[in-house]
Design a protein around this ligand. Structure first.
Ligand code: GAF
Length: 391
C-alpha cells in the first residue's frame, strides 16, 4: 500500500469512529478510470480498454443489523444521511447518496437479503464531472465492502453488473458497464481489454514510463452529466440501428461488412453516423490491442486521433474545449490525442514523448487562456490497481 493511500485509510477510519461512535470493520478503495480507446461501445456489446487511475474513493464501513443504512461523505457538507433499507426505491434520490444506496438496493434486489444495514463514511479524490468515473468509484467501493463483510462471494465482474444496475435503475442514468468493470477489475501497470458482451477480460501491459512516454489526462473542467438527454439519445440511436440491421447489438456488424450495412440504412443519416462510429471504434480497440501486444506503443497515437475524429464528426459528442486540447496537443508534437469518456465536456487524453510533456502541457494551457476558457487540469496517468481492501 502506498503511503498516501495508507494515510487516507487511517484518516477515513478515524473519522468513521468519531461519526458513528465505533470502529469500522474495514476500509476499502475503488479507483476512477480513464479510457484509452473504445467509446460508447459498451452499451453496444462491444470492446473497451480502460485503465484505473490512482484517484480513488475510500470507504470505511461496518455492518448494522437493524435495516438502516447511514451514509456520510467527507466531501459534502452536513451530517450522515439515514435511510431505511426497505424504503430504498429507484429514482427516489437525486443526491450523491443515490450511488451507494443504489448499490445496496441492487444487491438486495438480486437476492442478497442477508444485508441488514451498514454505516458508511467515505471520501474520494476522483474529480467529479470530469469523465473519470467518480460515480463508478463510489458504487464499487461500497459494493466491495458489503461483498466482503457479508461474505457474498461475488467476483469483480458480478459486482460491476450490480453497480451498473444501481446506476441505470436506481440513479436513472442509462450508462454501460465499462466504468464499474474498470474500477472493479483493472490491475496496476495494465489496461483492461474488455468484451462487454460476456465481460471476458485480458490485462494488457501498459507501461509508458518504460518506453519514455506519458499519457496526460486533460480535464477541460467543462462539466457533463449522463442523466441528461444526449447520452440516452445516442444509446437509443444505436439500438435503432441494431434493430434496422436485424442484429442483437451493433457489435454484431462486422467491420468488413460496414459499407453494406450503411447502404442498408436508407435515409437514416443520423443512425448511419452512429453505426459507423461503433463499428469502426470496435475495430480501433482491436487494433490498439494488437499494437500494444506487438510492443508498438507509439503506433497507437494515430488510432487515438482517428477515434477522436469519429466521436467528433460521427457520434457528435465532442465540444470546442475537447477539440482544442486535441488539435493543440497534436500541433505541439503529441503522438496521439482524443476525448475520453462520455463526452460533452470532461477530459481528453494526450499521448506524448516524456521529453515533450512540458511543451505540450504549456501549449494546451496557452491555447485555453487565449480562447478565454477556464484553465484545464492536467496530470500524467499511470495505470493503478483496481478496487481492493486496504484495512
Ligand atoms: C460513460 C458511461 F458511463 C460508460 O458506460 C461509457 O458508455 C462511456 O461513457 C463512453 O464510452 O462513462
Amino acid at each position: 500500500m502506498s503511503e498516501a493511500v495508507e494515510a487516507r485509510a487511517a484518516a477515513v477510519a478515524e473519522r468513521f469512529t468519531e461519526l458513528y461512535g465505533a470502529e469500522p470493520e474495514g476500509v476499502w478503495a475503488a479507483p476512477g478510470r480513464v479510457n484509452l480507446i473504445g467509446e460508447h461501445t459498451d452499451y453496444n456489446d462491444g470492446f473497451v480498454m480502460p485503465f484505473a487511475l490512482p484517484h480513488t474513493a475510500v470507504a470505511a464501513v461496518a455492518r448494522r443489523t437493524d435495516g438502516v443504512l447511514r451514509l456520510h461523505s467527507a466531501d459534502i457538507e452536513g451530517g450522515a444521511v439515514e435511510l431505511t433499507l426497505d424504503a430504498l426505491a429507484p429514482e427516489s434520490d437525486r443526491n450523491w447518496t443515490a450511488y451507494p444506496a443504489g448499490v445496496v438496493w441492487a444487491l438486495r434486489e438480486a437476492g442478497h437479503t442477508a444485508i441488514t444495514g451498514a454505516d458508511v463514511h467515505l471520501t474520494s479524490t476522483v474529480p467529479t464531472g470530469a469523465g473519470l468515473s467518480s460515480s463508478a468509484a463510489l458504487e464499487v467501493v461500497v459494493a466491495l465492502a458489503l461483498n466482503d463483510l457479508y461474505e457474498l462471494g461475488l467476483k469483480g465482474w458480478q459486482l460491476a453488473r450490480l453497480c451498473q444496475r444501481a446506476e441505470n435503475v436506481y440513479v436513472g442514468a442509462p450508462t454501460g458497464i465499462m466504468d464499474q468493470t474498470a474500477s472493479a477489475c483493472c490491475e496496476a501497470g495494465h489496461a483492461l481489454f474488455l468484451d462487454t458482451r460476456d465481460l471476458s477480460q485480458k490485462q494488457i501491459p501498459f507501461d509508458l514510463a518504460a518506453e519514455g512516454m506519458r499519457l496526460l489526462v486533460v480535464d477541460t473542467q467543462v462539466k457533463h452529466a449522463h442523466s441528461d438527454g444526449e447520452y440516452g439519445k445516442r444509446r437509443a440511436g444505436c439500438e435503432k440501428g441494431a434493430a434496422l440491421l436485424g442484429v442483437d447489438a451493433l457489435r454484431d456488424v462486422p467491420y468488413a461488412g460496414l459499407d453494406a450495412a450503411l447502404a442498408g440504412l436508407g435515409d437514416e443519416e443520423e443512425v448511419r453516423r452512429l453505426v459507423r462510429h461503433i463499428v469502426t471504434e470496435n475495430e480501433r480497440v482491436e487494433r490498439v490491442v494488437s499494437l500494444l501486444e506487438a510492443g508498438d506503443t507509439r503506433a497507437i497515437g494515430p488510432v487515438l486521433v482517428e477515434g477522436h475524429a469519429s466521436l467528433r464528426d460521427d457520434f457528435r459528442i465532442s465540444c470546442p474545449e475537447l477539440d482544442l486540447v486535441v488539435d493543440t496537443a497534436l500541433a505541439a508534437g503529441a503522438v496521439g490525442a482524443r476525448m475520453t469518456g462520455g463526452g460533452f465536456g470532461g477530459s481528453a487524453i494526450v499521448l506524448v514523448e516524456a521529453a515533450d510533456e512540458e511543451t505540450v502541457t504549456k501549449a494546451v494551457a496557452d491555447a485555453f487562456a487565449a480562447a478565454g476558457y477556464t484553465a484545464p487540469r492536467v496530470f500524467a496517468a499511470v495505470p493503478a490497481p483496481g478496487a481492493r481492501r486496504l484495512v
